[in-house]
Write a protein that binds this ligand. Structure first.
Ligand SMILES: [Fe+2]
Length: 282
């Protein structure tokens, strides 16, 4: 089962009329949960210091603290050093929900990214445009207590705890901007390739650390089940290559059986750029 918040994606990469069908609509989740229908961005979302922190009920802080403690307990020996350093740089803790504008300042200082506060799932073009501008789209509301193990809808625990720590790593940060740029005008089979790239790196990627394979993908980080499964024998670990990921399909409904392992984040940015140029996307 996943906890990966993908942008809206094409129902069929060759069908332009289906362009604004989200992965959740495609899978029928949106019929069950309206939070999975992409939002229209009316104008530019607030960025960095423009983001006013909401006042959260104490129960929301408790949810954050519970999820933070539960995941952090599992991460030593499983999460990449880069990720764990990112958690420290961002100052994430079990002391309540952090403010997006504070996190944005850290990203700005470390890799020149900023945070954009968004209302929920975005249409993919808005999502890619923000990435291309080095702005990370994040929600600022948290899942309900009945959804601690899984929520089909975007929420700030996934966006912050899952995604932001690795965005403090320079090569990964450059890769993610290039990804946004490449995706902006991609069509047909390239859209499907980019969706798979995103899935097998940003959401479910592993990286080779000196001590062994380690997790950095956001879809793993924000899911207890995926963290426990990712490095086990239940998962087939393959060396990362652009050809490998773009030719590998995936199923969003089950624990992931196949993951790709990067040699380094430098490998990711170099090989993604080479592939995107070969497809004339950059
Ligand atoms: Fe995500």
């Amino acid at each position: 089962m996943i906890d990966a918040k993908a942008p809206a994606t094409a129902a069929n990469p060759t069908d332009d009329e289906a362009e604004f069908t989200s992965a959740y609509e495609k899978e029928g989740v949106a019929d069950l949960d309206p939070r999975c229908i992409p939002h229209d961005l009316n104008g530019d979302p607030p960025i960095g210091d423009e983001i006013a922190p909401p006042t959260y009920p104490q129960g929301d802080h408790e949810t954050w603290n519970f999820l933070f403690n539960r995941q952090m307990e599992l991460l030593p020996g499983r999460a990449s050093e880069t990720y764990l350093e990112g958690v420290k740089k961002l100052g994430l803790s079990n002391n309540g929900i952090p403010a997006l504008r504070d996190l944005s300042r850290v990203l700005e200082r470390t890799t020149n990214w900023q945070v954009a506060r968004i209302p929920g799932l975005l249409h993919e073009r808005d999502f890619f445009r923000l990435l291309a501008e080095r702005k990370f789209p994040s929600t600022d509301y948290i899942r309900g207590k009945e959804e601690l193990d899984y929520t089909p809808a975007p929420d700030m625990f996934h966006d912050i705890f899952g995604h932001m720590p690795t965005l403090t790593q320079p090569a990964f940060a450059d890769f993610y901007q290039l990804f946004g740029k490449a995706a902006l005008d991609a069509k047909g089979v390239d859209r499907q390739s980019l969706e798979r790239f995103h899935w097998f790196t940003v959401e479910f990627g592993l990286v080779q650390d000196p001590a062994g394979y380690r997790i950095f993908g956001a879809g793993i980080m924000s899911s207890k089940g995926e963290v426990l499964s990712a490095l086990s024998d239940e998962v087939e670990h393959r060396p990362f290559s652009p050809e490998g990921v773009i030719n590998q399909d995936y199923d969003v409904w089950h624990l992931q059986p196949i993951m790709f392992v990067l040699e380094s984040f430098e490998q990711l940015v170099e090989e993604f750029e080479g592939w995107a140029k070969s497809r004339k996307l950059l």
